[in-house]
Design a protein around this ligand. Structure first.
Ligand code: IZC
Ligand code: ZN
Length: 417
């Protein structure tokens, strides 16, 4: 066996082998091997198993070795919903919400997404690249090795392409891998407030074809919400995206119950995200269609809401549940999936094991990938060595970074000791 790196003396190795994706009780199964090792060659895993066996085959004399001294090792975490390319932050809006203003009131006053759009349009690419790169560094430091990344702060053909090209450049030059999503339907920009139909035409006739022709996105997403894109508009735009070969994601039922989950399921979307106000019908529809529910508890937290998505009901109904940060300048500015796991435990009653499935295998499913989120021969060698011995420590020991070492595509990307 040719091995370029052996990681051994692992106390608790979560291989996540087993059902893909995980539903219901299977979300608690983590494919655990104790006293384990992982053998890597190049960017791939070649073997996982008992440390004693793998050390015999490729011991310290024959390849570089990392001794984790009994640590917890997991796949690199996957964040299936982020808005990482933006210019300035919006901490003033965070404070306005503390004083009682709602997210939608701020948006209707010209703040919110439209403010980030004005910012992005007037910021040079070099500055946007530098700012986004720092966010990717932070994701990596927190154990995240792949993110889904949305446009949506351009809202003109030129600026949406600019944002997607930045995502492509970062994917090529930063260790964190990115799955690009076109989110031209994030809002109606300032110049189309009185001509919403005109913006929908621009999306369908110009933006989607331009994005598809340049192969700049895998997914098309939409903010399907009261006061933004209604269900009929969302269906038209997403049906056009399907014709261009894009797969679908939805921001659905975040601030009100509008039937967004049912719409996503009827269009066989890969994921429906947020779902704080999902209906019982919506839950049944997602379970039946196999559309993943990407839950973003940090958004409820940062919006100061007491209402979280009904994760337990979804898990019990057999919905594929994933977790994400929603990292964005408005409703949740965080790069820590471990913090989201902690919120998922306390606020949504998900166990540590369920949360781990939600940020590995199920998150991989939600971004349309099966080569990540699992530690098995042939999969990408993306993994995290934690300053913890048991997965239950992650949601419990919160608000600090427990990541010790991150291996990305077989290379040491972060080393804290
Ligand atoms: O910038 O406010 N909800 N999109 C939908 C967002 C939040 C991002 C933002
Ligand atoms: Zn979002």
């Amino acid at each position: 066996m040719v091995v370029s790196l052996l990681i051994t003396n692992i106390g608790q190795l979560l291989t996540m082998q087993g059902a893909f994706p995980r539903r219901g009780k299977a979300m608690s199964e983590l494919g655990i091997i104790r006293n384990a090792a992982v053998a890597i060659d190049g960017d791939r895993i070649v073997a996982v198993g008992a440390a004693a066996d793998l050390e015999k085959q490729c011991g310290p004399a024959r390849c570089p070795v990392i001794d984790t001294h009994g640590a917890l090792v997991t796949p690199g975490l996957i964040d299936p919903h982020t808005h990482p390319v933006f210019s300035t932050t919006r901490e003033d809006e965070f404070e306005m919400r503390l004083q009682g203003k709602s997210y939608m009131e701020i948006a209707q006053g010209g703040g919110g997404i439209r403010r980030s759009v004005r910012d992005l349009r007037s910021t040079p690419v070099s500055v946007l690249l530098a700012k986004a790169r720092l966010r990717l560094d932070r994701f990596l430091e927190h154990g995240v090795t792949t993110i889904e990344a949305k446009s949506g702060y351009g809202l003109s053909t030129e600026s949406e392409l600019k944002q997607l090209e930045i995502i492509r450049e970062l994917d090529e030059t930063h260790p964190v891998d990115m799955v690009p999503t076109f989110l031209g339907a994030h809002e109606f920009p300032d110049e189309y407030r009185e001509n919403r139909e005109g913006y929908i035409h621009l999306l369908i006739d110009e933006m989607l074809p331009a994005v598809a022709e340049r192969k700049l996105a895998v997914f098309s997403d939409i903010f399907c919400e009261e006061g933004v894109f209604d269900n009929a508009q969302s269906r038209r735009i997403q049906e056009a995206a399907l014709k261009h070969g894009l797969k679908l994601k939805f921001h659905a039922d975040e601030l009100a119950s509008t039937g967004g989950a049912e719409l996503a399921a009827s269009l066989k979307a890969v994921s429906a995200d947020h779902l704080v106000y999902i209906s019982d019908n919506g839950i049944a529809a997602l379970a039946a269609s196999g559309t993943a529910a990407v839950l973003l508890p940090g958004t409820s937290y940062s919006l100061g809401s007491k209402k979280y998505a009904p994760a337990r009901q979804m898990i019990e109904a057999g919905v594929v549940v994933a977790l994400s940060t929603d990292c964005n300048p408005g409703s949740n500015n965080s790069e820590s999936l471990a913090m989201m796991m902690s919120l998922a435990s306390v606020q949504m009653k998900m166990t540590a094991a369920e949360s781990m499935s939600a940020v590995t295998v199920n998150a991989a499913y939600a971004v349309g990938r099966d080569d990540i989120g699992v530690l098995a021969p042939g999969k990408l060698a993306d993994l995290v060595i934690w300053d913890a011995a048991d997965v239950r420590e992650l949601p419990y020991h919160y608000g600090v970074n427990l990541v010790r070492t991150v291996v990305k595509r077989g290379e040491l990307a972060i080393v804290c000791d």
